[in-house]
Design a protein around this ligand. Structure first.
Ligand code: SF4
Length: 192
């Protein structure tokens, strides 16, 4: 039998309708509603989403079983209860009792030496000292004072990328620091 698209839709629609009628006639709803037990909220706090400058309001709830959820705050004048996908994912960067809320989130600095294939766990002290040492070395080796007869006092070997998690004060401090350091390539993820 040759089946056109229209007759295929008719046939499958009739099949589904018949199944539903049979099911209803037996008193068994075809699509049974599922019920979920309500979890008790142990703590509830309001916060501001850290991902972009809109500053949407969110409610963070920690339940008695230790799980955490983030919802849009309906009383917040900016977002009135809505959150975009980034804001809805705030739970992934949250901590419960000092522990990351999701197991795959990194909580310790990892270092992979040039040419190595494995990551090593390092302390924050070691990591910050190493970053400062290497940034200073790169800057000193690449610093230009005069180019084409003009004073530039810059390094073109370092670039700085800001992220949506930075607040105004952090952006201000970072911009000042980078300019004092001679960095001219300053960018932000929201502009790329
Ligand atoms: S990232 Fe989304 S939820 Fe967060 S402040 Fe910006 S728009 Fe609002």
């Amino acid at each position: 039998m040759e089946l056109s698209r229209r007759s295929f839709l008719k046939l499958t629609g009739a099949g589904a309708g018949t199944a539903l009628l049979v099911s209803l006639s037996k008193g068994t709803p075809a699509f049974a509603a599922k019920s979920y037990p309500l979890k008790k909220v142990a703590q509830e706090k309001t916060t501001i989403c850290c991902y972009c400058s809109l500053g949407c309001g969110a409610i963070v709830r920690i339940y008695e079983d230790g799980s955490l959820q983030v919802h849009g705050d309906p009383d917040h004048p900016i977002n009135e209860g809505t959150l975009c996908p980034k804001g809805l994912a705030l739970a992934q960067i949250s901590q419960v009792d000092g522990e990351p809320n999701v197991p795959y989130r990194l909580s310790k600095p990892l270092y992979r030496a040039p040419g190595a294939t494995q990551w090593e766990e390092k302390s924050w002290d070691w990591m910050l000292t190493e970053i400062a040492k290497r940034a200073k070395k790169t800057r000193d080796e690449s610093f230009e004072t005069v180019v084409g007869g003009k004073t530039v006092n810059r390094t073109e070997a370092i670039a700085h990328m800001g992220g949506g998690e930075l607040d105004n004060e952090e952006c201000y401090a970072l911009a000042k620091f980078n300019r004092a350091f001679g960095v001219v390539y300053l960018e932000h993820c929201a502009r790329l």
